[in-house]
Design a protein around this ligand. Structure first.
Ligand SMILES: Nc1ncnc2c1ncn2[C@@H]1O[C@H](COP(=O)(O)OP(=O)(O)OP(=O)(O)O)[C@@H](O)[C@H]1O
Ligand SMILES: [Mg+2]
Length: 418
């Protein structure tokens, strides 16, 4: 295995291999990261997320890095941090943002990644690059397929399998060629008490959260599939997962898409910034994958493997139907089926939860402690479709406006623009 960790901040040397290429990761000293980020100066800040702030930096050998400086954590979390870093260090895939290194001292815990020059999908869809229209249709399809490949690796190939739990536009980073790299996998598991197929704590982002996960803390790969389905809709439409309408009413992206699809107006879903320059065959594939992925019943959602097959057009109509949400004999790809209308479930969040959400872009939530429930208890709750709009026990973690502070200029920290 490509990793061997040791203690912190350069006292002993550890190294392994970073995802996406064969470059080794290593331990960084606090001093080194302090120097690389100009003392973690505001000018070097890329953004802020649930785990802390991210800074752009340059190492003494000229390598551009992104340093995630974690908020203070307790000793138990310190142990979990080590485990997570170990997991991150083992993962290698061209569409996953692996570890460049880390620093774990008495007072500081930091994760070091390669800096991604095109920042995140969020910045192109809704942030600082939103008006530049850099994401043409082909780029969007390549991003969809690449990020699906990264998730297939996490769900089906990584050992142990990894559930991301926070798939969203800000966690899909883009390199200089717009290749997508899914970030923060495994990392989201720093906070919880323990994960099997159930968890006692929910961490995620409003708008992307699978109903059963938000309500009962039931986590499985299909939660990621749900979030990915929302991301698909977001990518083709350029709309946010939750929009604030005039008068303060909020609407989920599925609520917006459902009537359009029901009326057969799929072209109206496409981002107007594309000026109708898109491939209808690919659009139908993506919509088909999205419609299957955002079903309220988790066991009807496809696997990530199947989602990848659908979006890349390799799904075979003759495939045995397994976990795909299709009836036996139903054809997998709507493109090849005669006149099948793609329909989508309209998922609505509980009013209370929507009201707690300050800004729908920033709907990061941490639901606090949940009582674990067993599958049979869950089944006894009855029809999940009718109950899934509940989301009652969720508390919104209020976040700073992601765009207000960093949207000026060309979207890179002042330090890089100089
Ligand atoms: N390697 C990187 N290169 C360039 N930008 C990055 C990199 N890593 C993170 N960022 C950017 O830094 C900002 C903060 O990232 P961070 O992961 O902390 O928060 P987030 O993705 O918004 O939320 P969450 O904590 O839920 O992941 C985001 O805009 C993200 O796109
Ligand atoms: Mg992130």
């Amino acid at each position: 295995m490509g990793s061997s960790a040791s203690s912190c901040c350069g006292e002993k040397v550890g190294e392994g291999y970073v995802g996406g290429d064969s470059s080794p990761w290593r331990l960084f000293s606090y001093k080194e990261l302090h120097a690389a980020t100009n003392g973690f100066s505001e000018d070097y800040m890329l953004g802020e997320g649930g785990f802390g702030s991210v800074y752009w930096g340059k190492t003494s050998d000229g390598h551009q890095i992104a340093v995630k400086k974690l908020k203070a954590m307790n000793s138990k979390a310190e142990m979990e941090f080590a485990v997570e870093v170990e997991v991150l260090g083992r993962v290698r895939h061209k569409n996953l943002l692996g570890l460049r290194g880390y620093c774990a001292g008495e007072e500081h815990r930091m994760i070091v990644y390669d800096y991604m020059p095109n920042l995140s999908l969020l910045s192109h869809l809704h942030g600082q690059f939103a008006d530049d229209s850099r994401l043409d249709w082909k780029k969007r399809i390549d991003i969809i397929i690449g990020s699906a490949q990264g998730l297939v690796y996490l769900h089906h190939e990584a050992k142990p399998h990894i559930i991301h739990r926070d798939i969203k536009a800000s966690n899909v980073l883009l390199d200089s060629d717009f290749r997508p790299l899914v970030a923060d996998f495994g990392f989201a598991k720093l906070m919880p008490d323990g994960v099997s197929h159930m968890t006692t704590r929910v961490k995620g982002t409003l708008g992307y959260l699978a109903p059963e996960y938000a309500m009962w803390g039931k986590v499985s790969e299909s939660c990621d599939v749900y979030s990915f389905g929302i991301l698909l809709l977001e990518l083709i439409s350029g709309r946010k997962p939750i929009e604030r309408l005039a008068g303060g009413v909020k609407r989920t992206i599925t609520e917006w898409a459902e009537p359009l699809l029901a009326a057969g107006r799929r072209a109206d879903l496409v981002d107007p910034r594309l000026r109708a320059d898109f491939d209808d065959l690919q659009l139908r594939r993506v919509l088909h994958a999205a419609s299957r992925s955002v079903q309220a019943e988790s066991d009807r959602r496809p696997t990530m493997q199947r989602v990848l097959e659908i979006v890349s057009g390799t799904a075979s109509a003759a495939d045995p139907v397994k976990n795909s949400g299709l009836a036996s004999g139903e054809r997998i790809n709507p493109v090849t089926s005669s006149g099948e209308l793609i329909r989508i479930a309209s998922i609505k969040y509980e009013k209370d939860l929507m009201e707690q959400d300050d800004d729908s872009n920033d709907g990061d939530i941490d639901c606090g402690e949940y009582t674990s429930v067993t599958s049979s208890e869950l089944a006894a709750e009855g029809d999940s479709r009718s109950r899934c709009s509940g989301f009652e026990a969720v508390e919104v973690q209020r976040m700073k406006d992601r765009y207000g502070k960093y949207s000026a200029g060309n979207g890179t920290p002042a330090a890089i623009r100089r």
